[in-house]
Design a protein around this ligand. Structure first.
Ligand code: MLT
Length: 234
């Protein structure tokens, strides 16, 4: 059986093999959730970039600029990083995006054989795809916050471990820890995350609606992947 491992923050990626694996990148609050929601509701492609300045060449080609730093919309950009911004972007369907952690986590997965973007919003679709189609080792990369652990991403990793436990070998302690946390949290993700750092930060920025939305499970059924540098529906 292939292995399913969890990398709790992009800072720890040096301890894992990326090459040859299927990577699931998650950033529940909010980059991964916004990507999934946007592509489920009409966006055609999202170009992830690490630096604000990298967005300009895509903007010149007609892409909307989306992103945040520390949760706050980047000055001059058309969209922030709220899933509601992404769902309201039409008639433009192409977006270039840069965020504090999510797009950086995507960058560390560059050498993988396959990259999937996962969120609670499309949890079951991601799990079913991995169960039915993937025979190589899988690594879940949690975007975290500025290199540190974040609870919401770890809970998503735990949810995947729970759904995939019979199909993949789960042997790393990070995956066991994620699974144990998810077991404790699963009946009330919102309540469990009441004191999570980025939930508090987003609440302070008046994004309560985003927090609740990002914790909805299986609202969408699109599988979001990276194809030739763009995030698209598979
Ligand atoms: C990130 O990439 O750090 C985030 O998605 C932050 C946010 O906008 O909530």
């Amino acid at each position: 059986m292939p292995f399913l491992e969890v990398c709790l923050t992009p800072e720890l990626i040096k301890l894992h093999e990326v090459e040859g694996k299927t990577i699931v990148v998650t950033d529940i609050f909010r980059a991964a959730s916004s990507m999934v929601a946007g592509l489920a509701t009409g966006l055609s492609k999202i170009k992830p970039v690490s630096k604000v300045s990298d967005s300009e060449e895509w903007h010149k080609k007609g892409f909307l600029r989306a992103g945040e730093r520390n949760g706050v919309k980047i000055s001059g950009f058309e969209l922030g990083n709220s899933p509601f911004d992404f769902m309201d972007a039409r008639p433009v369907t192409e977006v270039v995006m840069t965020t504090t952690n999510g797009t950086k986590a995507i960058a560390v997965a560059a050498a993988a054989s396959q990259v999937i973007i996962g969120a609670f919003l499309n949890l079951e679709t991601v799990a079913n795809y991995l169960k039915e189609n993937v025979n190589r080792d899988v690594l879940v990369i949690c975007a975290g916050w500025k290199g540190r652990f974040s609870m919401e991403d770890t809970l998503f990793a735990g949810a995947l471990c729970q759904l995939l436990g019979e199909r993949f070998n789960i042997e790393n302690d990070e995956a066991y820890a994620a699974l144990a946390l998810y077991e404790k949290a699963k009946d009330d993700l919102y309540g469990f995350l009441k004191n999570a750092g980025h939930a508090k930060r987003l609440r302070g920025l008046d994004f309560e609606k985003d927090i609740r939305f990002c914790l909805e499970c299986n609202r969408f059924d699109n599988l979001t992947v990276i194809d030739k540098g763009f995030i698209v529906n598979a």
